[in-house]
Design a protein around this ligand. Structure first.
Ligand SMILES: Cc1cc2nc3c(=O)[nH]c(=O)nc-3n(C[C@H](O)[C@H](O)[C@H](O)COP(=O)(O)OP(=O)(O)OC[C@H]3O[C@@H](n4cnc5c(N)ncnc54)[C@H](O)[C@@H]3O)c2cc1C
Length: 459
């Protein structure tokens, strides 16, 4: 067999691609993993989930250090060494991406550095070298969306540039109030930027539960972040002295900024692969449609992760990666994409999974809600938490949990209980009768269930 032939080739080494390659190797397959980056891990490890969380940790500590003054503990105003913070973030990324290289080596996954393009249904070009394959998995991810008509200017950043931590601008405007935009707002506002967020929809984090989002919105404003919803940026002008955004809608007028972060969403990379040569359809959004087994229209070619559309989240990519590896290796596997949890690692965090009330209504699914306010949680108050909410959507007949939205400190960690409950078909009774340790934030999930059942004594 030529050494330019792959039994299973995985294109893209993000959380979808590397998980797929490693799982397939564990199932005994001979795997080639292709990516042009010098390190494995894709967007998530190199310029997404991990560097952003490292900076968010620093932001959290900065805020905590300021707020502990109210507890009679004076630490003084934090002094920020930007180079030190950057080094720490890069060190964490390096540790994780380096770890992946070791994991690939241990599994004998052959890593080829290069950009792949299909030349036929079972052939590829990788940086000018012809390859053939039996099966392929497309895991080429997504890239930030650029906005037409904006000037080219080094003070206009996408999320990748924002995570490089080039400077702390005095005035920062973030265009896009989704998860990425708000996480960047949380970081830069803690570092000292006067931060403004502009969002086209009538709420930040469009699609999430409005009641939970309302609590997050108020907390961000309280932190000093200015938010304009139902507002469109009609134009951006760049001159030496600074940037000017002209806005229309609920906020109409000019905003001056020293830097702008464009966080208006991501576009799938399916259009960059010459996938048509392989007979794989790519839509006008750059996305490749797949079934629950991650198959494209070609039975021997799979697609996973951001390139298959939303929600564009790492854990969805990873799970799809495992499914594709298993199906490609002859095993029965499938992924139900309804239960993909989402978390904004803002302060407070916003986390949700399953159905929101709006989604249940739209689908005509009978539902009721129950909730527990974190103002009544001893754990929340005693650990310095602010306003928060645990809200469950459930079926009135079976009392099964259909959806959960949480806002508050560590809401992202808490969400797992609700996701497991939904995955296992648990009812409110199951949750309420499960003894939760006191005082913990997880009690808020049990209390919300007890409230619906009429057994709550904590409110
Ligand atoms: C700032 C930011 C923060 C985020 N935070 C989170 C978070 O907290 N939680 C979360 O779940 N998600 C988060 N995400 C989203 C997450 O990063 C993506 O959903 C995830 O990386 C998608 O994984 P993937 O495997 O589909 O592709 P990617 O991670 O995008 O990887 C694709 C890889 O394919 C390679 N590639 C592209 N074209 C080719 C080609 N032609 N040939 C070979 N290789 C190619 C690329 O170099 C890249 O390495 C964040 C994203 C950003 C930008």
């Amino acid at each position: 067999m030529s050494d330019r032939h792959a039994e299973l080739v995985v294109l893209g080494a993000g959380p979808g691609g590397y998980a797929c390659a490693f799982r397939a190797a564990d199932l005994g397959r001979t795997v080639v993993l292709v990516d042009p980056r010098p390190t494995l891990g894709g967007v998530c490890l190199n310029e997404g989930c991990i560097p952003s969380k490292a900076l968010l940790h620093a932001a959290e500590v900065i805020r905590d250090a300021r707020e502990i003054g109210d507890w009679g503990v004076a630490l003084g105003e934090p002094r920020i060494d930007l180079a030190g913070l950057r080094d720490r973030k890069d060190g964490i990324v390096g540790q994780l991406t380096g770890g992946l290289t070791g994991l690939a080596r241990r599994r004998k996954v052959r890593v080829v550095r290069g950009t792949a393009r299909f030349t036929g249904p079972d052939s590829l070009d990788i940086d000018g070298v012809a390859w053939t394959f039996d099966q392929a998995v497309i895991a080429v991810g997504s890239a930030p969306i650029a906005l037409p008509g904006w000037p080219e200017d080094e003070r206009i950043w996408d999320s990748t540039a924002a995570l490089e931590l080039r400077a702390v601008p005095k005035r920062l405007t973030i265009v896009g109030g989704g998860i990425i935009g708000l996480e960047m707002a949380t970081v830069y506002s803690a570092l000292g930027s006067k931060t403004t967020v502009i969002e086209l929809s009538d709420q930040i984090v469009p699609g999430a539960d409005p009641e939970a989002v309302g609590i997050l919105h108020a907390a961000l404003v309280e932190e000093g972040i200015e938010i304009h919803t139902s507002t469109r940026v009609a134009g951006v002008k760049a001159v030496r002295a600074g940037l000017t955004l002209t806005c229309e809608g609920a906020f109409a007028g000019d905003i001056k900024a020293d830097a702008i972060i464009r966080a208006v969403g991501r576009r799938a990379n399916g259009g960059l692969l010459n996938a048509e040569a392989a007979g794989v359809a790519v839509d006008d959004r750059g996305e490749i449609r797949v079934d629950a087994q991650c198959r494209t229209g070609q039975p021997h070619i799979f697609a996973i992760g951001d390139v298959t559309g939303g929600p564009m989240l790492a854990h969805r990519a990873t799970h799809q990666g495992h499914v594709a590896a298993e199906v490609a290796s002859g095993h029965a596997a499938a992924l139900d994409t309804v239960l993909i949890p989402a978390v904004a690692y803002t302060r407070p965090q916003l986390a949700w999974a399953g159905l929101t009330v709006a989604q249940a209504k739209e689908a005509g699914i009978a539902h009721k809600t129950t909730s527990f306010p974190w103002a009544a949680s001893g754990r929340n108050l005693s650990s310095g938490g602010g306003d928060g909410l645990t809200k469950l959507v459930y079926c009135p007949d079976t009392r099964r949990v259909l959806g959960a939205s949480l806002v508050g400190a560590n809401a992202g960690e808490l969400l797992a209980e609700a996701v497991l409950a939904m995955e296992m078909g648990a009812t409110l009774d199951d949750i309420a009768l499960t003894v939760h340790a006191h005082p913990t934030l997880s009690e808020t999930i049990a209390f919300a269930a007890e409230r619906a059942l009429g057994t709550l004594t904590d409110l």
